[in-house]
Ligand binder design. Sequence first.
Ligand SMILES: [Fe+2]
Ligand SMILES: [Fe+2]
Length: 158
Amino acid sequence: MSALVWTEALQVNQPQMDRTHQEFVELLADVRRVLQEDDGDAGHAAFERLLAHTVEHFGHEDRWMQATGFSPDNCHSRQHAVVLQTMRDVLHLAREGQPDPLGIVVRELAQWFPMHAQTMDAGLASHMAEMGFDPATGEVSGALPDTFLTHCGSAGCR
Ligand SMILES: [Fe+2]
Ligand SMILES: [Fe+2]
C-alpha cells in the first residue's frame, strides 16, 4: 500500500486544522520510515511523537466542538477517543514485544485519516465557520444551536 501524503484533497479550509493535519500526515510518514529500519526503541519513539501530537490534535477539535454546541459524547469526539485508545493499546503491545502492532496500526491510520478529515473534520470546519467561531480567542460571533449536537454533521452521519 502506498504511503499517505498531504494533498489539497485533505484540506478542510480551516488554517489551524489544516496545519495540524499536515503535521499528522508527516509524523505518520516518519513512523512508517523509522519502522522500516527499527521496530524497536526508535520505532516506539516515533510512534510516541505521533501519539502525543494526536492527543493535542484531537483535544483541540474536542474543545472547539464543546465551544460551538456539540454534546461531550458526540460521534466525532467518540471516534477520537476510540482512535487514541487503540494507539495507546498498540504501543503497549509493541513494548511487550508483540510482532508488528505499530506497522499494522500505521497502515490502518493511513486509511482512516482521509475519511475522517473529509467527513467529520470537514463538517466541524464548516460548522465553526457557520457559528463565527474563532479558535484563537474561543469567541463565537453567531448564534449557537438551541440544543446540543450529538452527530458530526458529515454526510455519513444522520
Ligand atoms: Fe483532525
Ligand atoms: Fe477529528
